[in-house]
Design a protein around this ligand. Sequence first.
Ligand SMILES: C[S@@+](CC[C@H](N)C(=O)[O-])C[C@H]1O[C@@H](n2cnc3c(N)ncnc32)[C@H](O)[C@@H]1O
Ligand code: SF4
Length: 433
Amino acid sequence: MSLATFSRNRIRKLLTKESSMVLESRIPAYESLEKEFQGINEFGLYLHIPFCRQICPYCPYNKEIYQPEAVEMYTRAVIKEIDFYSGLFAGKPVTSFNIGGGTPTTMLGSGLGDILEHIFKSFNMQCETHMESHPNDLTPDNLNTIRSLNIEHISTGIEALQDKYLRILKRPYDKEGIKAAIERTVNKGFKCFNVDFIFALPGQTYAELEQAGYELAGMATDQVAAYPLFYFPYTEMGESAKKGNYNISNIFKRRRMLRILEEIFYGRDYERTSVWAFTKKGVPKYCSVTVPLYVGLGASGGSYLRNIFYINTFNVAEYIKRVEDGKMPIALSLDLSESMQMAWWLYWRVYETRFKRSDFRERFGKEFDEVYGKYVKLFSLFGYIKKDDGNEVILSDRGIYWLHALEDLFSLDYISKLWGTSKQEPWPEKVVL
Ligand SMILES: C[S@@+](CC[C@H](N)C(=O)[O-])C[C@H]1O[C@@H](n2cnc3c(N)ncnc32)[C@H](O)[C@@H]1O
Ligand code: SF4
């Protein structure tokens, strides 16, 4: 057993009291979903668009190459899936809405508008729309279409700013192309314009990152989400990687690189809004999940409803077939004990770099310190906590990095197992995490 597996097992047992977690091939009964929804006051919505014009060698997300026929059938299927939920939602407010992928902008002229219209007609949408895009899709016409769909927060994956790294990542544009796409987008009146950027690339030096960091900070975007390159075993780069995610020199290199970015962005009036994101002060952050409970639509959409987590099939053709047959396209589900729910809650709050004890009490009816107080004391000794006023806890930069590195011990392994299996088998019998 590797050190990573050993640590994972110990920590999971400590926090969730479970020796393993098993997602099973089971569609929750309609009545039990009804009961779950009755106990929820507000939730988030996620829509997955699983199409891209090319497949990038590092990308773990569920996607396939854009085909007009598949997209047409997908649109019809998503509209039907929305209809499954309209009774369950029962007019309760949807307070966060994110469209992710894949590449949602591939469907701008082919179905996305119809899906959005149906969502806004069927659900009580009390929020603005966030959407991911590809830099090559940010043309003047597409930007007008995006604005006409009332999408107010936009994100795009620029990934690198030096041509040699864009080539390593096999991105289909160069630095000049990025600059032009950004210039076109910043003047379009989005409330938040986020760019995704990947660092700790093979061979990347600290000086190269620093140069890219300064350029990024000077680019007039509202937010930069800077992720270290993660190696997912089922991707092209993951398969060929010699150094995996848990290699100790990788972990320290990522830390030093993130420090470089922290210094640059803090010096330019950005603040930390999640483990990897820096947002200009006063701008609402771009984020995929802003409320703790959510429903995911589309192939590979995942839903978390307090006592249950479930995930749709990843296979687009199977998703369409199942929905056309009048059934929910859920492939796997997992019942969550209270300890698991608490650990999940804490995971996301650490990701957001802060949490309030009062939110925990409101959600679980228990005192935060009774459950996790000893860890807060310990983390305070390590210098992981910047501020604790008795209610709100804000993590320090050191705490953000090291606590999240600990979380990645789980999330990267879970994603690799759950997404890796789901990519291979449309209806897996079970997945053991
Ligand atoms: C769905 S993609 C973004 C939208 C669009 N498809 C694109 O490529 O521009 C989400 C983001 O996740 C990040 N990402 C993907 N694979 C990653 C990996 N292996 N390691 C770190 N970040 C990754 C990238 O920054 C990427 O832009
Ligand atoms: S990085 Fe974006 S464009 Fe590339 S495969 Fe992933 S989702 Fe598609």
